[in-house]
Write a protein that binds this ligand. Structure first.
Ligand SMILES: [Zn+2]
Ligand SMILES: [Zn+2]
Length: 375
């Protein structure tokens, strides 16, 4: 079928993107679902910083590629052998397909699925190949999702079914921002009542972590960013202390207000200096969680002795170290109780055609989550 989609044509083109237009919104061909696959009509899709990292070249990918990895929509058709989904189901996309059979999947860690990571790295579906093309030329998938498009053909292992009563724009944010941010708090960081935390980097993911840390009962939540207006949003969402890390003495200030450093520091920046700041913000025995995705060439240097003598821990968190089919319904439940007010992340609704300008805004830090509205 012919669909309208946002295709990244070139990586690393200079901004402003509204003028240089690295992404073209055009008609492409989408093949219907094969065995184990589902055709989804996309209703809402969020612009995430890791999309921007592909556009600006920090995370190189195959081109041309239909972008987007955070969405919700309605099942339009299912391929052979699909039993878990039926037309009309409401679904959230997940940016790592999980095979269910490999070592990590068997160990309950679907975010680390090996065939899923391989397919994502190749820009293909986990079932093999691409379902997207233009004038006969292959177009690649982004993380098996490619939701900046009217429709997407995805593996059934890239979807979680949700209650059809839930607004699809709220549901879309579950697929990356909330799954990653709240997952880092509840799964990776294991933030407990009365504990102290720092959240470094206040985009959609970091602000989800601030909300989740409050819901988890953290006594002190230090929000860290270089932009004062993002710090103010973090305060509204539950941060107890605001630290502008661009100011001199920011680390000392954070350590002082948290009584010598935090139990858990979480980095969501993709910037190694910010990750080091998070590590240095922890107290003796503290844990640093990072969900940032730096450039593959970036290296991190740490004082080695502190890992032993101060029992410091550094943990990666991908997809919130979670099980999406368990966590997305849980986080939607917290949202329904008012304890994860995800709608506060939504800065504005945009049209697919406005996507280049949307990435300019994201780059400038002028927005939290812009959601493409397809309805
Ligand atoms: Zn994302
Ligand atoms: Zn697997």
């Amino acid at each position: 079928m012919k669909i309208k989609a946002a295709v990244l044509e070139e990586i690393g083109r200079p901004g402003p993107y509204a003028e240089t237009r690295p992404i073209s919104v055009c008609e492409v061909d989408l093949e219907g679902p094969r065995a184990g696959e589902v055709l989804v009509r996309i209703a809402a899709a969020g612009l995430c910083h890791s999309d921007l990292s592909v556009v600006n070249g920090d995370r190189p990918r195959q081109l041309p590629m239909v972008m987007g990895h955070e969405s919700a929509g309605v099942v339009e058709a299912v391929g052979p052998d699909v039993e878990r989904f039926a037309p009309g189901d409401h679904v959230v996309s997940v940016f790592v397909p999980s095979c269910g059979h490999c070592g990590p999947c068997r160990n309950g860690r679907p975010a680390l699925c090996e065939p899923g990571a391989a397919a994502n790295g190749e820009g293909l579906l986990i079932g093999g190949g691409s379902r997207l093309s233009r004038d006969g030329e292959r177009i690649y998938h982004m993380t098996g999702v490619s939701c900046f498009a009217e429709y997407a053909t995805v593996s059934e292992n890239s979807l979680v079914r949700i209650d059809p009563e839930i607004p699809l724009d709220i549901a879309a944010l579950m697929g990356c921002a909330v799954l990653t941010g709240a997952g880092a708090v509840f799964n990776t960081g294991d933030v407990t009542p009365g504990s102290t935390t720092a959240v470094v980097g206040l985009g959609g993911v970091g602000l989800s972590a601030v909300m989740a840390a409050r819901t988890a009962g953290a006594e002190k939540i230090a929000a860290v960013d270089v932009l004062d207006d993002k710090l103010e949003i973090a305060r509204e969402l539950g941060a107890t202390h605001l630290i502008n890390s661009a100011r001199d003495g920011a680390l000392e200030e954070l350590r002082e207000v948290t009584g010598g450093g935090v139990d858990t520091a979480m980095d969501f920046t993709g910037n190694v200096r910010a990750l080091r700041f998070a590590y240095d913000a922890t107290r003796r025995g503290g844990t640093t969680v990072t969900a940032g995705l730096p450039n593959p060439a970036a290296m991190l240097e740490l004082p080695a002795v502190g890992i032993t003598a101060e029992e410091r821990t550094l943990k990666g968190s991908y997809l919130g170290s979670g099980v999406p089919s368990r966590d997305i319904p849980r986080f939607l439940g917290l949202h329904a109780q008012g304890r994860l007010p995800v709608e506060r992340l939504m800065s504005e609704k945009i049209r697919l055609e406005e996507i280049n300008a949307g990435f300019d805004k994201l780059h400038a830090g002028q927005t939290i989550r812009q959601v493409i509205d397809f309805d």
